[in-house]
Design a protein around this ligand. Sequence first.
Ligand code: NDP
Ligand code: 8X3
Length: 257
Amino acid sequence: LTVTHTCLTCSTGASSGIGEACACQFAAAGANVIIAARRLDRLEAVQTKIQGNWPKVQVLAIELNVRNREDVERAIAGIPGELADIDILVNNAGLAMGVDPVSDIGDEAIDTVIDTNIKGLLYVSRAVVRIMKRRGSGHIIMMGSIAGMAGYANGSIYCATKSAVHSISESLRAETISIPIKVTEIKPGMVETEFSVVRYHGDKDKADNVYRGMEPMTADDVAESVVFAASRHPRCVVSEVVLLATGQASATLVHRE
Ligand code: NDP
Ligand code: 8X3
């Protein structure tokens, strides 16, 4: 399974950032793409961009909240025709909400981040792995984070969810060796997308301050690794990739000018 011939990829969280970049780079590689997220207007803009740049590629936009179990089942089951036979899933939809010590975290942040990053990722994985098992092949690419490798202060929920992404990736890899389904976990450090704007509840100044005095990675930097992993020979699995911004040693150790 490679992207050197036409194949079908599904990217969740494709209305912005890393998910959008993955959809575009897969389309550029000749793959048909399904793009899913909650903001349909943004998805339609991505769809128009893909259709304009890579007219031979099929692109389907699906309005989807991964937190809604029934919607996930219905959306995946409702994909029409040949587009239903997903080869590659980029399980990317996710977010952080706030930067608070455990004593101060709010109920909304606990529910939203855990429901999206863990439960939503599981709902989508479950539905798509069933398709891959039936066919006897597939590739699941999980968007983890360096936040899942070590907890940092005021990031408990987000770090925990990305640790969970790591655990789920390991379990899925172990469960699917005989099929075989490939499982890749991508663990980026600082990438400038809408991530920090969302984390700081729309406060652009606070979001910009995250990248003050340093050069963060771009969504395309991450998407290149996703497409690299997806285009290896069938005998080879890129199981994990850690990507750091230059000048970044960990989530909390960053050199700034
Ligand atoms: P963005 O905020 O730019 O993109 C997040 C995407 O997730 C959006 O398309 C959003 O779409 C989607 N999303 C959020 N909640 C839901 C939901 N309930 N249902 C469906 N889609 C949802 O951030 P990034 O591109 O940076 O984030 C993508 C992934 O990368 C996340 O999992 C994040 O944790 C991870 N990551 C990001 C890093 C960074 O520094 N930026 C570093 C390491 C990992 P919509 O709002 O339209 O639903
Ligand atoms: C996002 C990167 O280090 O801000 O996953 O948690 S970090």
